[in-house]
Design a protein around this ligand. Structure first.
Ligand SMILES: Cc1cc2nc3c(=O)[nH]c(=O)nc-3n(C[C@H](O)[C@H](O)[C@H](O)COP(=O)(O)OP(=O)(O)OC[C@H]3O[C@@H](n4cnc5c(N)ncnc54)[C@H](O)[C@@H]3O)c2cc1C
Length: 330
């Protein structure tokens, strides 16, 4: 694949992990080698701020940047749908044709899959994607009184603490609008009830929520939603009526990772926990699509991207020493 010693490093996905990896590789290797970033979208959305879009404190343009800006950092940006990966041929299949690589970084995130819960699409709202956040913003603006239920389904999803953040944010939102006393708020999660000292983060979050008058319910497993009756059905016949249901959608690996048998499970692609190497030569997986014993969070994706970009640089230039991952998270 390498032509005249010029190697091609392909980064799949321009989200948190892919952006960091491509930027670093473009800066270090872009002049002598080829760094290519492929994403179906022309834009990067900074997802942590989707919650602020939901409550009207940010506009879409505030949290969106064109990926083409990376061209100034010696990164060639390709807008295309990734359809598959063929590691034995060192090729990515895209809607624009095949793209060969010498080194491949997969950072395709996790895909929201609301359809996995019967009734979700018609009965629940969320803010885990831009379109959904804008739709919910309009519903919230019209909401005057009633039962607001915030719920977390089983399975992995982007950013485990974000639903907790959501309940505080909605509490403030209703207070600022002067309607909080007309809104009953409850939180349902599959997580077990927190135990331990008051400084433990999950105990602290529970205390904060109760102090705001938000009912906390643990070990709750949603099974389906009835949009007509406005009831969330849980395992063991635990039914919860609502007027507005905010539920984190279930997530699954990106379609090309499933179709190409690259993802090993719902958690993503199996990787070496120290180096993010997959079982294929010169193929790495980072961020939410990597099956790691760590949160599916941007802060994790960023640190993984740094390590992988560094190690590819060492391999390509034959200078320096490889690093292993040292995660710094809460
Ligand atoms: C509401 C919310 C709040 C959050 N808050 C925080 C926070 O406070 N702190 C934190 O650390 N993290 C937070 N996160 C999580 C964080 O955003 C993700 O963990 C992070 O974006 C993962 O990065 P990634 O590169 O793995 O995947 P992503 O950022 O999801 O990027 C994946 C990219 O792949 C592209 N893609 C996928 N499939 C295809 C395909 N078939 N073809 C072409 N392109 C494709 C997508 O378009 C996307 O650009 C939050 C997430 C949400 C939704």
């Amino acid at each position: 694949m390498a032509v005249n010693g010029r190697q091609r490093i392909v980064v799949l996905g321009g989200g948190s992990g892919g952006l960091v990896a491509a930027t670093r590789l473009g800066r270090r290797l872009g002049a002598d080698h080829e760094v290519v970033l492929i994403d179906r979208s022309p834009e990067h959305v900074y997802m942590p701020s989707l919650l602020w879009v939901m409550v009207g404190q940010r506009q879409p343009g505030d949290i969106t940047r064109k990926l083409a800006r990376l061209e100034h950092r010696s990164v060639h940006v390709v807008q295309a749908q990734i359809e598959g990966i063929e590691p034995h041929r060192q090729e990515v299949v895209t809607s624009g044709g095949p793209v060969g690589y010498d080194h491949l970084i997969i950072s395709l995130g996790l895909q929201p899959a609301p359809e996995q819960i019967p009734g979700f699409v018609a009965g629940a709202d969320h803010a885990w994607e831009m379109g959904a956040a804008l739709q919910l913003r309009e519903k919230l603006r019209r909401f005057e009184r009633g039962r607001v239920v915030i719920a977390v389904p089983p399975g992995p999803y982007r950013c485990p603490p974000a639903p907790y953040e959501t309940q505080y944010l909605l509490d403030s939102y209703f207070r600022e609008r002067g309607i909080r006393e007309r809104v009953e708020m409850t939180f349902y999660t599959r997580d077990p009830a927190p135990r331990g000292p008051s400084t433990d983060p999950s105990v602290w979050m529970d205390t904060q929520a109760r102090a705001r008058g938000i009912g906390q319910h643990y070990s709750y497993f949603v099974e389906s939603i009835d949009p007509e009756q406005k009831v969330m059905h849980g395992r063991y016949g635990l039914d919860v009526p609502y007027d507005l249901l905010f539920m984190i959608p279930p997530h699954r690996p990106a379609q090309p990772l499933i179709d190409s048998h690259i993802a090993d499970s719902l958690m993503g692609v199996r990787v070496d926990y120290d180096t993010l190497e997959t079982r294929w030569d010169n193929v790495y997986a980072i961020g939410d699509c990597a099956d790691m014993p760590a949160s599916k969070a941007g802060v994790v994706a960023h640190q993984e991207a740094d390590v992988v970009a560094h190690n590819i640089e060492v391999t390509v230039t034959r200078r320096g020493h490889p690093e292993t991952l040292r995660l710094h998270t809460m």
